[in-house]
Design a binder for this molecule. Structure first.
Ligand code: RIB
Ligand code: CA
Length: 307
């Protein structure tokens, strides 16, 4: 069993990632932490609370973290995820509430209690992860792994240079990449290939209650066509934890641009190590066919549980 702590900003593809983790037989979600990102922290946290109960995650703690970036202005993506953050999807109101404390301390305490056992999966801006590192640098040793959806070595999405999660807090991202662990980076280069085509959507429709989330959320997230559709970026990070063989990776030295007028938030990925140690394994390929077989098979197992 692989234990994961998921830091997220739900967010439509965050919701799909949480559903994948909830259905994965080999994963145990030990905690969920939230960060401001796609929408405000109050909404990402409310969405995480609702998703926890909708996905049958019991009393997995949900702890709220940072509302905005360490420095400078806050970036949002409500235009992409809708004002609520879940497109037009309205989930049943949760009965359980948010845990006390800050996400950064939840991350520290959770990793301290189980050194070497828990994989951090960060699928939003990296503010909470950076704060945890600053407050307790030993989290780098305690974490079994750090897997992020973020960055790119070819292009941005929020602008030509920067991917949203990194752009939302470049200083935090640079702290995370410089903390001493080898970041498993799933960037747009591979996540943009994980698209919900009409064929995928048709395989989501028979999934009972889970389809009530997946189908309208995917349709809100982008135009679904026979050979294209919205990319479920964050689910790629969870799928990688489930089966790393889905992804081809290349060692690299990654730095984050924090100053450039046109390039702030860009992940500057150098595959030429020369005499340097890599600080990242960067995803350079995704087996999309096997990705969807894993994702849809896992969703089907979850749907059987949810009814
Ligand atoms: O660029 C894609 C990332 O930004 C995903 O995590 C999505 O949820 C948004 O936060
Ligand atoms: Ca996200």
């Amino acid at each position: 069993m692989t234990k994961v702590l998921i830091d997220c900003d739900p967010g439509i593809d965050d919701a799909m990632a949480l559903a994948l983790a909830a259905g994965a037989p080999g994963l145990e979600i030990v905690a969920i932490t939230t960060v401001g990102g796609n929408v405000d922290l109050s909404l990402t946290t409310a969405n995480a609370l609702a998703l926890r109960e909708f996905l049958g995650l019991g009393d997995v703690p949900v702890t709220a973290g940072s509302s905005g970036a360490l420095l400078r202005r806050t970036v949002r993506a409500a235009a992409v995820h809708g004002e609520s953050g879940l497109g037009g999807v309205v989930l049943p109101a949760p009965s359980l509430t948010v845990a006390d404390g800050h996400a950064a301390d939840r991350i520290i305490d959770t990793l301290r209690a189980a050194p070497g056992e828990i994989t951090l999966v960060a699928i939003g801006p990296l503010t909470n992860i950076a704060l945890a590192v600053l407050r307790e640098p030993r989290v780098v040793e305690w974490a079994r792994d750090l897997v992020i959806m973020g960055g790119s070595f070819t292009r941005g999405n929020h602008n030509p240079a920067a991917e949203f999660n990194i752009l939302a807090d470049p200083e935090a991202a640079q702290i995370v990449f410089g903390a001493g662990w080898t970041v498993k980076m799933l960037g747009l280069d591979v996540t943009l290939t994980a698209t919900v085509t009409s064929g995928v959507l048709e395989r989501m429709r028979p999934l009972g209650r889970l389809a009530e989330l997946l189908v309208p959320a995917a349709q809100f997230y982008g135009e679904v066509t026979a050979d294209g559709g919205p990319a479920i970026h964050d689910a790629c990070a969870v799928a990688y934890v489930m089966d790393p063989s889905l992804v081809t990776q290349t060692p690299a030295v990654v730095n984050v641009e924090t100053i450039g007028e046109f390039t702030r938030g860009m992940t500057v990925v150098d595959f030429r190590l020369r005499d340097r140690q890599p600080n990242a394994l960067v995803a350079t390929g995704l087996d999309v066919t096997r990705f969807w077989e894993l994702v849809l098979g896992t969703y089907r197992e979850l749907a059987d549980r949810l009814g």
